[in-house]
Design a protein around this ligand. Structure first.
Ligand SMILES: Cc1cc2nc3c(=O)[nH]c(=O)nc-3n(C[C@H](O)[C@H](O)[C@H](O)COP(=O)(O)OP(=O)(O)OC[C@H]3O[C@@H](n4cnc5c(N)ncnc54)[C@H](O)[C@@H]3O)c2cc1C
Length: 406
């Protein structure tokens, strides 16, 4: 069978686009298929959300040559202040006590999108098919035939490897019949950018409340991204409130650490689910990013994890090709899962653990969350383990991440 492409990536969101950058140097012929027009604000992956990037992500983006493009738009995080509403425990993680210049960076997703796509357009072996939607696929003896809808009607293409990076409601996952573990946290993250009276001094805040975390990520001197997590049944009330009323709610929940909130920008709601594919690959097909695992945004790990997966998969493909394996050799995908599952498992357990520990109404969990906070602040080894996890450098990592000297 003659194939149009070696690799077809469905989804040009943050993870799919990153994977395209990661395998570009292999000289494989690659199609990147994206349904939303990339330059428009409607692109769901690249909205006004502030994304917190770990040092491992910064290192990867530098390697892609994308960091230069977003550098002017990123804000360093020098300190993370973690507290528990109505309880006395809190902890402070600082860059200086770990001899680092920063703990991470915040970038607006839109800037990331622009930089990734600008980079991808430079590669002659990558063809961007957009706006084009995957509607169906048929598995062949060797490879997969994709049915795509385009503005000119239906188009069929053949590929040896199909990468499903098409988000939480992945069509690739659905068509392949891969089942998921799914739970509804019944929480909605309401995201808006705010301007505060006092400068944030590059401090990120995370405050755990009984209805979910409230986070403030610095994006400029007096500007921060506010992520307010509410019970989903109250989310519409918060989304439709007048700005003044909403500011009162936030100031009441978060306090006035940064003085008054002077300006609040457009609010967007993101219902929070946990979705984990029961398997991440089968013959000629692999899932990446939110399609493989959608996790709670409480520890800002989703994209950071997806990016390490993207790099891990690219490394396994490169190693396989060097050993003269065909791109659709299943042992490449087996190696990928072997490489990435410990990190995936650890991050998923970490995020689920936070969700269960801090928002659980039971007395035992309440006491434990308070105790945990004090313990983390007092025991340097615990603090350092937590930091390494948040920075994406703990455990078994792709070679590119192992190179980082922290
Ligand atoms: C409120 C909130 C805050 C967050 N903050 C952070 C953070 O600070 N740090 C962090 O690391 N992570 C964070 N995350 C997680 C992060 O946003 C996700 O992990 C990341 O967006 C996943 O990217 P993705 O490319 O896998 O999926 P998506 O972003 O969903 O992209 C999927 C893409 O596939 C396209 N697509 C879908 N179906 C088709 C089809 N049939 N054909 C063609 N194209 C298709 C879509 O248009 C989309 O562009 C946050 C998440 C939320 C909700």
């Amino acid at each position: 069978m003659q194939h149009d492409y070696d690799v077809a990536i469905v989804g040009g969101g943050m993870v799919g686009a990153s994977f395209a950058c990661a395998i570009a140097s292999t000289n494989l012929s690659i199609a990147l298929i994206e349904t939303s027009v990339l330059e428009e604000d409607r692109q769901p992956s690249y909205d006004e959300r502030g994304i917190s990037l770990s040092p491992s992500s910064k290192h990867i983006l530098e390697h892609f040559g994308v960091w230069n493009e977003i550098y002017a738009h990123v804000t360093p995080i020098k300190e993370i202040h973690v507290s528990n509403q109505k309880k006395f425990g809190f902890t402070r993680l600082t860059a200086s006590e770990s001899n680092l210049s920063e703990l991470g960076h915040v970038v607006i997703a839109q800037s990331m999108g622009k930089a990734l796509h600008k980079k991808i357009k430079q590669f002659e072996n990558i063809e961007i098919l957009c706006p084009v939607k995957l509607e169906n696929f048929i598995k062949q003896d060797s490879g997969i035939t994709l049915e795509l809808s385009t503005s000119n009607g239906t188009k069929m293409i053949d590929t040896k490897l199909l990468v499903g990076a098409d988000g939480s409601n992945s069509k690739v996952r659905e068509l392949s019949g891969i089942e998921v573990k799914k739970s509804d946290y019944k929480q909605t993250a309401i995201v808006s950018n705010i301007t505060t009276q006092k400068p944030n001094h590059s401090v990120a805040y995370e405050r755990f409340t009984s209805h979910g975390p409230i986070a403030l990520l610095p994006i400029d001197d007096n500007r921060s991204v506010l992520v307010f997590t509410a019970h989903s049944d109250k989310a519409n009330d918060y989304l439709n409130m007048l700005d003044d009323e909403y500011v009162k709610v936030i100031e009441n929940e978060f306090g006035r650490r940064l003085g008054k909130i002077c300006k609040i920008e457009k609010r967007r709601g993101y219902p929070i689910f946990y979705i984990e594919a029961r398997k991440q690959f089968e013959k000629n097909l692999v899932l990446l990013g939110n399609a493989a695992h959608t996790i709670h945004p409480n520890a800002a790990q989703g994209f950071n994890l997806g990016l390490r997966d993207a790099v891990g998969l690219a490394e396994c493909i490169t190693d396989g090709l060097e050993k003269k394996l065909a791109i659709d050799d299943e042992s490449i995908l087996e190696k990928y899962i072997e490489l990435r599952s410990p990190d995936q498992k650890s991050v998923i357990e970490f995020c689920n653990g936070i969700a269960n520990c801090f928002y659980n109404e039971s007395f035992l969990y309440h006491s434990f969350s308070n105790f945990a906070m004090i313990l983390i602040d007092c025991i340097p080894e615990l603090k350092s383990t937590l930091l390494k996890k948040a920075m994406g450098v703990s455990g078994h990592q792709p070679r590119l991440v192992r190179d980082i000297n922290l």
